[in-house]
Ligand binder design. Structure first.
Ligand SMILES: Nc1ncnc2c1ncn2[C@@H]1O[C@H](COP(=O)(O)OP(=O)(O)OP(=O)(O)O)[C@@H](O)[C@H]1O
Ligand SMILES: [Mg+2]
Length: 258
C-alpha cells in the first residue's frame, strides 16, 4: 500500500435487491491527488459516493480513511473525520441565506435541526469562517441572498462552500460542472486546483470529459458497478474497453454532456 493513501476502497459492493449497483470496487486515493471517477449513467458513481460518505452502508467490503475503517459510520461522523461531499442534485436550504447555508454545514453535526442551528450557531467566529469560505469560492457578493435565488452554477459553488464548512481533507464532488458553460467550468477547475494547493484531496464524479481529462491526474472508470480501467487521462481516453463502454451508451466518451 502506498504510504500517503488517504482513502482506500476495498472490494466494496452495494446491492439494491438483485441490482448490483456497486460490485466489488477497489481503488485508492492518495493525499494531494485530483482523481476523477467516470462512467456511463447508472455505473454506480453516486452510489459509491454515498457509500464513502456514509449515506449508504456497503453490502460487502471495507472503506478506510486515513487508515480508519469508516464503512458503518454515520454521515456526520465521517464528515467530522474530514470527508466533505457535494450532491449531484443540489440541496441548499432554499429559504436560508447563502451564508446561513454554510453555517448550517458547520453546525449540522452539532445541531441537527434548523431551529437549534438558528438559536445557537451564529457566533462571530462561525460567521467569520463562513465568510472566509464564501470569499474562497467566489460567493462573497451573494452572502445575504436567499440560496434558491442563485443560478445553478452558483448553487453548485454553494454546495462546495457547504462541503468546506467542516474543513475537509478529502472532498467528494458529484458532477459539480454539470450545466456550467465552458467559461464557468474553467473557473471551477481553477477553484478545484487551488483547493488542492491548500491541501485538500479531490475525488470527483464527472460526465464532462473535457473538464475531467484536463483537471484530473488519474481517472477511475466504473461500468456496471465495477472498475473497468484506471490510469492517466491519456491512457483512459485511448483504452478500447472504455471507448466500448461509452459507445454502448452515448456514442463517444463523455457524449451527452460534452
Ligand atoms: N436507492 C436506490 N435504490 C435502488 N436502486 C438504486 C438506488 N440508488 C441507485 N440505484 C441504482 O443503482 C445503479 C447505479 O446508480 P448511481 O446513481 O450510482 O449511478 P451513477 O453512476 O451515479 O449514474 P449517473 O451518471 O446517471 O449519475 C442504477 O441502476 C440506479 O438505478
Ligand atoms: Mg450519479
Amino acid at each position: 500500500m502506498k504510504e500517503n493513501v488517504l482513502l482506500r476502497v476495498h472490494k466494496v459492493a452495494r446491492y439494491f435487491g438483485g441490482l448490483k449497483a456497486v460490485d466489488g470496487v477497489s481503488f485508492t486515493v492518495s493525499s494531494g491527488e485530483i482523481v476523477g471517477l467516470i462512467g456511463p449513467n447508472g455505473a454506480g458513481k453516486t452510489t459509491l459516493f454515498n457509500l464513502i460518505s456514509g449515506f449508504l452502508k456497503p453490502t460487502a467490503g471495507e472503506i478506510f480513511f486515513r487508515g480508519v475503517p469508516i464503512h458503518g459510520k454515520r454521515p456526520n461522523a465521517i464528515a467530522r473525520l474530514g470527508v466533505g461531499r457535494t450532491f449531484q442534485i443540489v440541496k441548499p436550504f432554499a429559504e436560508l441565506s447563502v451564508r446561513d447555508n454554510v453555517l448550517a454545514g458547520m453546525g449540522a453535526h452539532i445541531y441537527p435541526t434548523l431551529r437549534a442551528f438558528g438559536d445557537y450557531y451564529h457566533t462571530p467566529t462561525a460567521v467569520a469562517k463562513a465568510d472566509r469560505i464564501l470569499e474562497r469560492v467566489g460567493l462573497a457578493p451573494y452572502a445575504d441572498a436567499r440560496a434558491d435565488t442563485l443560478p445553478i452554477g452558483l448553487q453548485r459553488r454553494l454546495e462546495i462552500a457547504r462541503a468546506l464548512a467542516l474543513s475537509p481533507l478529502l472532498l467528494l464532488l458529484d458532477e459539480s460542472a454539470a450545466g456550467l458553460t465552458h467559461e464557468e467550468a474553467a473557473q471551477l477547475a481553477d477553484l478545484i486546483r487551488s483547493l488542492r494547493e491548500e491541501g485538500i484531496t479531490i475525488l470527483l464524479v464527472e460526465h464532462n470529459m473535457r473538464f475531467a481529462m484536463n483537471l484530473c491526474e488519474r481517472i477511475v472508470v466504473l461500468n456496471q458497478g465495477r472498475v473497468l480501467a484506471e490510469g492517466t487521462p491519456d491512457k483512459i481516453q485511448n483504452n478500447p474497453a472504455v471507448i466500448e463502454a461509452y459507445l454502448g451508451h452515448s456514442g463517444r466518451v463523455g457524449g451527452e454532456n460534452e
